[in-house]
Design a protein around this ligand. Structure first.
Ligand code: NAD
Ligand code: ZN
Ligand code: ZN
Length: 343
């Protein structure tokens, strides 16, 4: 059996092993993709630490922001062709026939398969995609720059839609990491006025560069008080932060009738003041990645030049260092693995 090099989770909480791993073969309806680039999402770190109630089964290969070239097609594939540039996604596949899939909410399908979690992902030289769910990368895309759109981008784009914020209204983006720095840009492209909140000054500077009108550091002052005083509360809040404290804070940032959308997934919970939620008529909802149609739209905004992901490239061999930096909140935008460096 032939092998490839991949970054593998052999044990939760331990370092990933960059080692030989079985080269996968495409089954019916699937394609084999040779990786060019893969974004590193905080979800990959949650996966490697076994942070969530439903855990993947080691050994597994994380990664769900992979961009590469289709090298081989499995039986019966008509959606893709050899040589085409495609991406994998967290929504690696869904059943297509349940109530959620039928009603345009395939992201809620209980039979869904998740890239880099329930099926091996993009932290290897090759990956398998389901031809119906692989993202077609628009012509002219830079493979490294477009990679973060495949999870971070589509997630915040869908999350922003779920806030119901209209052009000219205020939205708070809480957490300006991989997801949040793209959220600022999507929000601006969607005509929203942006308030950025993080606990690190350099993240706030990045948000301001991308058009945030107000930036607030949650580690030095109470951002909610400032938001109420300056704009009378925000119409919507999108939480992408990786600390549960940010989730509770979102409630007091919102104006009456506002909507809070949670994208961040830190383990834990937060106190929710019943009186405020009822009297202010708030909506609190979760949002998980996006559908294939959301992906097409999110990629189109990128290819029209309205989104400039901030990426820095590293080799696969550096994955454990990248995870350390992510734990410390020391990454500016997104780290993208460049597979050329490993060949
Ligand atoms: P990241 O590490 O790149 O960014 C996290 C950001 O949160 C950092 O900028 C950090 O400074 C900031 N932060 C930490 N504590 C904060 C606080 N108290 N207030 C404000 N900001 C704070 O992570 P990422 O890749 O952007 O992912 C963020 C979260 O979203 C993760 O939990 C990830 O699993 C989750 N996620 C969810 C979906 C979804 O579909 N819902 C998709 C992708 C990622
Ligand atoms: Zn992700
Ligand atoms: Zn389904």
């Amino acid at each position: 059996m032939s092998t490839m090099t991949a970054a593998v989770v052999d044990e939760f909480g331990a370092e990933l092993a960059v080692r030989d791993y079985d080269l996968p073969a495409p089954g019916p309806g699937q394609a084999l993709v040779r990786l060019i680039a893969s974004g590193v999402c905080h979800t990959d770190l949650h996966a490697a630490e076994g942070d969530w109630p439903v855990r993947p089964t080691p050994p597994f290969v994380p990664g769900h922001e992979g961009v590469g070239i289709v090298e081989e097609l499995g039986e019966g594939v008509t959606d893709l062709s050899v040589g085409q540039m495609v991406g994998n996604a967290w929504l690696w596949s869904a059943c297509g026939s349940c109530e959620h899939c039928r009603s345009g909410w395939e992201t809620l399908c209980e039979e869904q398969v998740n890239g880099g979690y329930t099926v091996d992902g993009s932290f290897g030289e090759y990956m398998i995609v389901d031809a119906r769910f692989a993202a077609a990368i628009p012509e002219g895309s830079d493979p490294h720059e477009v990679a973060p759109v495949l999870c971070a981008g589509v997630t915040v784009y869908k999350g922003l839609k779920c806030t119901g914020v209209r052009p000219g209204q205020w939205v708070v983006i809480s957490g300006i990491g991989g997801l949040g720095h793209l959220a600022v840009q999507y929000a601006v492209a969607m005509g929203m006025r942006v308030i950025a909140v993080d606990i690190a000054e350099e993240k706030l500077r990045l948000a301001a560069e991308h058009g945030a009108e107000i930036t607030l550091n949650a580690s030095t002052s109470d951002p909610a008080e400032e938001i109420q005083r300056r704009v009378g509360g925000s119409h919507g809040v999108l939480v992408t932060a990786v600390h549960p404290a940010a989730f509770g804070q979102a409630i007091s940032m919102t104006r009456r009738g506002g909507t809070i959308v949670f994208n961040g997934l830190p383990p834990g919970d937060f106190p929710a003041p019943i009186f405020d939620i009822v009297l202010k008529g708030l909506t609190i909802r979760g949002s998980i990645v996006g559908t294939r149609q959301d992906m097409v739209e999110a990629l189109e905004i990128y290819s029209r030049g309205q989104l400039r992901p901030r990426v820095s490239t590293r080799s696969l061999a550096e994955i454990n260092t990248v995870f350390d930096e992510m734990r410390r909140g020391a990454i500016d935008g997104r780290v993208v693995i460049d597979f050329a460096g490993d060949r």
